[in-house]
Design a protein around this ligand. Structure first.
Ligand SMILES: [Zn+2]
Length: 477
């Protein structure tokens, strides 16, 4: 086997997860990752003949593929590598994805294994010359038709550590060294090298294949979009303390007691430039080992409109910093608190039963000025006196009359999530009150600097105003 010089160097650099390209490029010389194979777990009463029938193959092929000397001896629970059923001509593209969006834990190696192709083929098709330039949210084109999508979908990608043998690795994943050898097309004489990626297949109950650096086991992030909330969920294999920075801000990480499940919610500024941003992570395990990783994540355009607003003479106070600034600071201060207790769960309800007249995120220009302000909430055309409901449980942290926002309520839902209700007619709650979802907190009005009766609803994620309606359609972990 040809040894690429990079194979001898443990990769500790940032972007470790995306660095496998040069490591495995050499595999193209004959050692193609397995295509069209699945794992079959032998059930009680099954024979090699029946298994071969089920997968449209022969006893001889199965025996050879799995190194079985005596086809009559099968153990219940034994894992067999089986070729997936052949695809009839003309059906080749049915159910075969032609594109894919990159997630955390995706590397060229993982994609090649999952889609039953080679790293070189994916790189060539997508003009990838440097895998470090790949980013989360990138669309990857897959070869149509000819592509065999029945590669290995579940299991682990193990990066060989210095001194590890196939037997150590097999024991660690409760599988057999022979199976690992087969799946990875290793010959008996092959030496493992430090950093070598190995596929450890699992059956249908196993986890989806990912190529994450240890101690990360899962890393999921919902799409990042201007003015929307994105959720990050990270699972580590051992107790770990995580520090994550994204868009030049540290994220608030809430870890479970065992310190293996970690959650973060992030509000993406509606005026942030749609672009690629580095997500930087430092993982410190309980034994004091610290590792750093960096991925590039795409922040997508939120698709907001713009509008010009003409203010009447009695509303010009809205543009007067002497009036708006102190109130803005007061609201900022209230919504910047972090309550570790989490009151919200599931979907939020709507705060009132009325149509939306002005959505969140619209860029505004006042009296022919620049398009530099933003509609920071969602407006509902509710009738004066209509009930305003708490959309989720929380603690009222502000219930008072403000100059611009009028009669206002702010609810703290925990974890840095706040909702605000402006221009109310009456306030039905006091600061300090614990409210439940659906409880009436006030009534719709036109108090403060308002153009007419309506409810203006805001949602803050750790101080950043985002689209509140997203929370009525999507629940966050
Ligand atoms: Zn509004």
């Amino acid at each position: 086997m040809r040894i690429h010089p990079l194979r001898l160097v443990p990769i500790l650099a940032l972007c470790a997860a995306l660095s496998s390209f040069s490591l495995t490029y050499a595999q193209d010389s004959g050692d193609k990752p397995p295509t069209g194979m699945t794992i079959h777990v032998v059930q009680r009463g099954e024979t090699l003949f029946r298994i071969a029938q089920r997968y449209g193959t022969t006893v001889e092929d199965l025996a050879q593929l799995n190194g079985i000397q005596n086809p009559a001896v099968l153990a219940v629970g034994q894992r067999l590598l089986v070729p997936s059923a052949p695809i009839a001509p003309g059906e080749a593209s049915i159910g075969v994805p032609t594109s894919y969006t990159l997630q955390f834990g995706d590397t060229l190696f993982k994609l090649a294994v999952t889609f039953g192709t080679t790293e070189a083929a994916i790189a060539a098709r997508n003009y990838i010359t440097n895998p470090r330039q790949m980013y989360i949210g990138q669309r990857i084109a897959l070869q149509e038709g000819a592509e065999d999508a029945t590669g290995i979908k579940r299991g682990w990608i193990h990066r060989v550590a210095r001194g590890e043998t196939l037997y150590h690795i097999a024991a660690r994943y409760s599988t057999s060294a022979d199976l690992i050898r087969l799946v990875n097309r290793l010959r008996r004489a092959d030496m493992l090298y430090s950093g070598q990626p190995l596929v450890i297949p699992a059956d249908e109950t196993g986890l989806p294949l990912t190529d994450l650096p240890l101690p990360l086991a899962r890393f999921e992030m919902t799409p990042a979009e201007q003015g929307r909330t994105s959720a990050l969920r990270i699972v580590t294999l051992q107790p770990t303390r995580l520090e994550v920075r994204f868009m030049n801000k540290p994220l608030l990480i809430f870890s479970d007691e065992a310190q293996v499940t970690h959650t973060a919610l992030l509000g993406i500024d509606a005026l942030a430039e749609p672009s690629l941003y580095p997500l930087h992570l430092i993982a410190t395990t309980s034994d004091g080992e610290q590792r750093q990783f960096e991925w590039r994540v795409r922040v997508a355009d939120g698709g907001y409109r713009s509008e010009a607003i003409a203010l009447a003479a009695n509303q010009l106070d809205l543009l007067n910093p002497a009036i708006t600034q102190p109130e803005e600071q007061r609201v900022r201060q209230v919504v910047s608190a972090i309550t570790p207790q989490r009151y919200f769960s599931g979907l939020m309800g709507l705060p009132c039963a009325a149509p939306v007249t002005s959505p969140f995120g619209t860029r505004r220009s006042y009296n022919n000025g620049a398009l530099n302000t933003l509609h920071t909430g969602t407006d509902f055309a509710a009738l004066p006196g209509a009930a305003v409901y708490a959309p989720a449980a929380g603690v009222v942290v502000l219930a008072e009359t403000l100059a611009v926002r009028g009669n206002a309520v702010i609810i703290d839902h925990g974890w840095g999530i706040f909702t605000g209700y402006w221009h109310l007619e009456s306030l039905n709650v006091r600061a300090g009150a614990l409210v439940q979802a659906g409880e009436v907190i006030g009534t719709v009005g036109s108090s403060g600097r308002s153009t007419g009766p309506h409810l203006h609803w805001e949602l803050f994620v750790q101080g950043v105003q985002v689209d509140p309606l997203q929370w009525t359609k999507q629940s966050f972990p």
